[in-house]
Design a protein around this ligand. Structure first.
Ligand code: PNW
Length: 453
């Protein structure tokens, strides 16, 4: 019997393989070259908010080390790189004067990517709101929408010759709900009323619309733009029609406040009924802006929720038992099917296409370099099992065009600081030494064969 693999598990031609990062999590240089303070710079200094009191001051020092980091990416065969621009480097106060040193920095960075033959996929906003804007109301106030519109115009105009793939915002539900909701686990850590919380979603949707508008106006030939959403994703307990129908109902209920306005140009009746008197204030023209057509949808896929049919109800959600397998991030249950159902349900429900999985990965503590190696078989298994389910989605006709691992480097994992490692490349935060883990070697081979190996 000839050895047929890996063609058996191959991906479509021109499938995009990449890795993801975000400026605040890797750059460091938090006060360099005129950068303004971000809400995370401030929040990380509030005692008890971030594990071990870790800050973003140095992180992976990528700000100074990007040439070597991109040479490493290239040596791993990774040709697509999702990153973000730090808003406070470009506009230190959120609006007001442009910081030329910030503009120049990303020119050098994009030039270095080009030298290495790597295509940038650039997120405009990955959570590092300028603190000065937060002081004026942040996501609760329309001032942020006007400031973001100008920020988007500024960066798209500056980099239109170098960047063709734009992502407006990363995970609206995270930076609004976690930053302004009960618990306030993320910056700015300022719980607000239900009405204002709904207003933060609406303002974020408007910023997405301005991001799309900016790319249409200033992006130049071939520019494309989309959102990265962290839709909550159900897994039907059995793949029977009844359980799938229940999962569909759950999916719509959990995600409609973000995905309906973008794809259907309005808040659904169900959403408006649910929020009642706490509905966000909507101005004339808002929905035209929010629902401007995009070129793709990005989805970040990590964990799934179990759902089944229940007589007399739309669905039943089943809590995962305590001994269900998880990564060291407690919220991250190991549920490979979530990538299949996430892609399938956004496509079926909203017609989203093409779809890029803009993040997928797993966080573990205590991954040590031993004899020059990090043998993270758990991450190799994670990637392989999720990729099999991604391939199943493609086989079933779901238009998935690319996949990005979160993350390239171990980095500042928000409230979990530097303890929780998501990288396929290990970072020694004392020496800044990079060591590709076994999972990086594994992923290189996946890319080289364009197949699951
Ligand atoms: C994403 N959850 O955040 C972010 O885009 C990254 O910046 C982050 O480092 C990565 O995933 C890993 O956490 C999430 O609680 C944070 O379900 C929390 C959740 C999901 C995504």
């Amino acid at each position: 019997m000839p050895f047929l693999h890996p063609a058996k598990h191959s991906f479509p031609d021109n499938f995009i393989w990449g890795v993801s990062t975000a400026a605040p999590q890797i750059e460091g240089a938090a006060q360099a070259d005129g950068k303004g303070e971000s809400v995370w710079d401030r929040f990380s200094r509030v005692p008890g908010k971030v594990l071990n009191g870790d800050t973003l001051d140095v992180a992976c020092d990528h700000y100074h080390r990007f040439p070597a980091d991109f040479a490493l990416l290239r040596s791993l065969g990774i040709r697509n790189y999702r990153m973000s621009i730090a808003w406070p480097r470009i506009l230190p106060k959120g609006d007001g004067p442009v910081n030329q040193a910030g503009i120049d920095y990303y020119h050098r960075l994009f030039d270095s990517l080009a030298t290495n033959g790597i295509t940038p996929w650039v997120t405009m906003f990955h959570w590092d709101m300028p603190q000065a804007l937060e002081d004026r109301g942040g996501w609760t106030d329309h001032v942020t929408v006007d400031a973001f519109a100008r920020y988007a115009d500024t960066i798209v105009s500056a980099y239109s010759g170098k960047v063709k793939n734009w992502i407006t915002l990363n995970e609206i539900k995270c930076f609004t709900l976690l930053g302004y909701g009960p618990g306030a686990f993320a910056a700015p850590g300022r719980p607000v009323s239900a009405k204002l919380l709904n207003q933060t979603f609406h303002h974020a949707l408007l910023c997405h619309g301005h991001g799309v508008r900016a790319v249409r106006q200033h992006g130049g030939p071939g520019a494309r733009v989309g959102l990265t959403d962290n839709c909550d994703v159900p897994i039907p307990v059995t793949e029977s029609p009844a359980d799938i129908q229940a999962a569909r109902a759950w999916f719509v209920e959990k995600n409609l406040h973000i995905l309906d306005p973008i794809h259907r140009g309005k808040y659904s009746e169900d959403y408006l009924k649910r929020v009642g008197g706490d509905a966000p204030t909507v101005r004339d023209g808002d929905f035209e802006l929010i629902s401007a057509p995009t070129d793709f949808l990005g989805i970040n896929i990590y964990t799934g929720y179990w759902v089944r049919a229940k007589p007399g109800a739309a669905y039943e959600e089943i809590d995962a038992p305590v001994n269900y397998p998880r990564a060291d991030s407690k919220w991250l249950r190991l549920t490979p099917q979530v990538i299949y159902w996430g892609a399938r349900l956004v496509h079926e429900t909203y017609g989203a296409k093409p779809i890029y999985v803009t993040e997928n990965g797993c966080g573990y503590d205590a991954e040590n370099v031993v004899n020059g190696e990090v043998l993270d078989l758990h991450r190799r298994d994670f990637l392989r099992s999720y990729l099999r389910e991604l391939q199943r989605a493609i086989d079933d006709g779901v238009p998935v065009a690319g996949y990005f691992v979160w993350s390239f480097l171990d980095n500042f994992e928000w409230a979990d600081g530097y303890v929780r490692r998501f990288g396929i490349v290990h970072v020694d935060f004392a020496t800044q030494k990079r060591t590709p883990k076994l999972s990086a070697r594994y992923y290189s081979e996946v890319i080289r064969f364009n197949a699951i190996v």
